[in-house]
Design a protein around this ligand. Structure first.
Ligand SMILES: Nc1ncnc2c1ncn2[C@@H]1O[C@H](COP(=O)(O)OP(=O)(O)O)[C@@H](O)[C@H]1O
Ligand SMILES: [Mg+2]
Length: 211
């Protein structure tokens, strides 16, 4: 990918493609003076920008939209490190608790102009792609610091997010947390029941997302 046109367009001095997510989106980290910006483009980015704009009106920390257009957006950097990054063994329990705290905060919201694309109850604002790389933690305090990748955010069933993060933590990409038992701990900390059939229901529905 030729990144020069993107640098010229936004006056950036550096451009680094990000391959962390596994969606079809193009994500590029840009530096402009002392600013760090993220460019995202691809199917679903218009829907994401709409949802991110709304989320920015709540108390949940998230990137700010600086500019947007047809299926692209430019956002401010979300501070912190995402939960899929390596954390030390002594930090991991607090990071797991922060990941649970983040989704509790989002689920506590009950009004939202968007509907989840997934079937089920409609009692909470759900993220719809709640996986480790989409949750940010403050490395100094080890507290929840915000979330991103919100193209599937909307009123839905909290077990959508429990199932996504359970799979993310139990799967092969995030072994640092301890696999299946950490995934169950997350569900409990997040306010759910790891034996609720809804967990496997949503996992089997094939909820898509980045692990
Ligand atoms: N505004 C931002 N601030 C900090 N990191 C970002 C930002 N936007 C994207 N990223 C980084 O890029 C990764 C991929 O972006 P994301 O929006 O999750 O795309 P995808 O849909 O491909 O998963 C994120 O996990 C995060 O590490
Ligand atoms: Mg992502």
């Amino acid at each position: 990918m030729d990144l020069q046109p993107l640098k010229d367009r936004f006056g950036a001095t550096t451009a680094e493609p990000i391959n962390l997510g596994c969606s079809d989106a193009t994500v590029v980290r840009l530096e402009r003076g002392t600013e760090v910006l993220y460019y995202k483009a691809g199917p679903g980015t218009t829907a994401e920008a709409d949802r991110l704009g709304w989320l920015g009106t709540t108390d949940i920390p998230c990137p700010r939209i600086l500019d947007r257009g047809e299926e692209w957006m430019l956002t401010s950097v979300l501070a912190g490190r995402d939960a899929s990054q390596p954390w030390s063994a002594s930090e991991r329990p607090a990071v797991l608790a922060a990941v649970a705290d983040g989704i509790r905060q989002l689920h506590a919201l009950t009004e939202c102009p968007f509907d989840s694309p997934y079937p089920g109850s409609r009692g909470a604002v759900t993220h719809g792609d709640y996986t480790a790389p989409n949750v940010f933690v403050d490395p100094a305090t080890l507290r929840f610091n915000g979330l991103l990748d919100v193209s599937r955010l909307g009123l839905g069933d909290p077990y959508i997010d429990f199932a996504l993060m359970h799979r993310s933590l139990a799967g092969p990409l995030n072994p640092q947390y301890g696999g299946q038992s950490a995934a169950r701990d997350f569900v409990v900390l997040a306010g759910g029941n790891p034996d609720d059939p809804l967990l496997t229901h949503f996992t089997n529905l094939g909820v898509s997302g980045n692990y």
